[in-house]
Design a protein around this ligand. Structure first.
Ligand code: GLY
Length: 479
């Protein structure tokens, strides 16, 4: 535990920067532990680009498992996700009590295997194993029993799994409840402004600077928690006097849609397994009768684009219709959202003190931010109030080994090929030929020191050495 009395000129014990679900949950948990919290970040506004408000909020410890994940990875990630899911059972009631909002979970998740995926039967096995291995139920069903499922004739469903231990929550309602709870809390002050950086202040504490006209308040605190998601790169750039030694934070752009008057009964969420570097298609029922439809995932060089590209929206609507329900096409499209999921090179979050112990980070939750929020909030509150804290796998100072391009090509090119040549049941010879061709071309280019596009491929890879970058490599190659 760090001393809270550093002599800084401040009333707050901690500043929490960022008003996505991780920032709000962390601020609330710290305040509930008796700390005086100064929250910094947009409270008003549309929040376009924020991952939390674009999320379907599937609380999915098991159905985000992929058959290709190593057993160690599954054990680590599922263990953390189960712990987070368990916290929800007390967290939502306390938010309900604090705010009077009728927040509720919609229990259960249907996962369907379709011919739109590469080996979905294997994916369902991996998901069922993960659930059963953690003492949870995974029931096999005939796809005909899945309420709301009615895929296109070109895309047959051939298996279904019911996971009663999973659930969904309305992300907009949850964010509204956290906002109310923080406004109502006597220990919380909220500066509704975008933070631009940190600098040391007299007395050993820190000052958070904010965007806006001269006179925009600065916030001083002895410790600061960064929960700014993909805004981390800019915030670190604006904190040049501090050495935080943070690893890169990448952005996975997600597009989702809200539909009304869809003529289907949808008592629980229905999803496919993971697909094409993303979490597959999912339909999530909301209490107001709308249906949430998610989601794309594309590595983005920046989070500047705040609206869906037409092709992203077209892909989302078409794929969800084909794989899950053509009835979606009869609904009204009442809104779209864009959210940039923050993720690290090892795809695990960063949680805890940085190289500068006054600065903590809580971010990098990628596709599981809504689920992990109460867990990360507890971890950060522990770091702020306990000494020592229980060990966890998300230490931001851990060594992170970048992926190597040859192995990544070997492992992931079939997924990239699926984007061009969607599989129908089993991979076709054409897919194998295309994968081989791309493999040879990209490897050859990356190794060819003289080829001008080779340099560009290597530069693209150095900036983001993760499987999700293969799409950008291909674009570089084809240019
Ligand atoms: N886990 C759902 C998503 O990231 O879209």
């Amino acid at each position: 535990m760090l001393p809270t009395d550093t002599g800084a000129d401040t009333r707050a014990d901690v500043a929490v920067v960022g008003t996505g679900v991780i920032g709000l949950a962390t601020a609330w948990e710290a305040a509930r532990r008796g700390l005086r919290v100064h929250l910094v970040g947009p409270c008003s506004g549309a929040h376009q680009g924020q991952a939390s408000r674009a999320a379907g909020a599937m609380l999915a410890p098991f159905s985000e498992v992929a058959a290709s994940d190593s057993p160690e990875r599954v054990a680590l990630e599922v263990g953390e996700r189960v712990a987070a899911r368990n916290l929800y059972d007390a967290w939502l009631p306390s938010l309900r009590e604090a705010t009077g909002r009728p927040l509720a979970l919609t229990p259960g998740m249907w996962v369907v295997a379709t011919t739109g995926g590469r080996g979905d039967a294997r994916e369902l096995d991996a998901i069922a194993d993960a659930a059963l291995g953690h003492g949870h139920v995974a029931e096999r069903h005939d796809p005909g029993e899945v309420p709301g499922l009615s895929p296109a004739r070109s895309c047959t469903a051939h298996g279904a799994l019911w996971l009663p231990g999973e659930a969904t929550v309305d992300s907009g309602e949850l964010m509204a409840a956290l906002t109310d709870a923080l406004h109502a809390h006597a220990h919380v002050e909220w500066t509704d402004a975008e933070a631009t950086g940190l600098r040391p202040s007299d007395g050993g504490g820190l000052t958070v600077t904010c965007a806006g006209a001269p006179g925009t308040p600065e916030v001083a605190a002895p410790r600061v928690v960064l929960a700014v998601g993909v805004g981390l790169t800019d915030l670190v750039a604006g904190s040049g006097e501090l050495d935080l030694a943070l690893p890169p934070m990448l952005a996975g752009k997600g597009v989702s849609a809200l539909l009304r008057d869809v003529p289907v009964e949808l008592p629980a969420a229905v999803r496919t397994p993971m697909r094409d570097f993303a979490c597959g298609m999912h339909l999530v029922p909301r209490a107001d009768g709308t249906v949430y439809l998610g989601a794309t995932n594309r590595l983005s060089p920046s989070a500047a684009v705040r609206f869906p590209l037409v092709m992203e929206l077209a892909d989302l609507l078409r794929e969800a219709g084909e794989e899950l329900s053509t009835k979606l096409y009869e609904g009204q499209l009442v809104g779209t959202r864009v959210g940039y999921r923050p993720f690290t090179l090892d795809h695990l979050p960063l949680v805890g003190p940085t190289a500068d112990p006054r600065v903590l980070i809580a971010s990098g939750t990628y596709r599981n931010g809504m689920l992990l929020a109460p867990r990360l909030a507890e971890m950060i509150a522990d770091h702020l109030t306990l000494d020592p804290v229980a060990a966890h796998p998300f230490d931001p100072t851990r060594p992170i080994t970048p992926h190597a391009l040859p192995e990544t090509l070997e492992r992931w090119l079939p997924e990239l090929v699926d984007l061009f040549l969607p599989p129908s049941g089993t991979p076709t010879p054409m897919q194998g030929v295309l994968a081989d061709l791309l493999h040879q071309s990209l490897r050859g280019l990356a190794a060819d020191g003289d080829h001008p596009r080779g340099a560009e491929v290597r530069r693209t890879w150095q900036q983001a050495p993760v499987p999700e970058a293969l799409w950008s490599l291909l674009v570089t190659y084809l240019r």
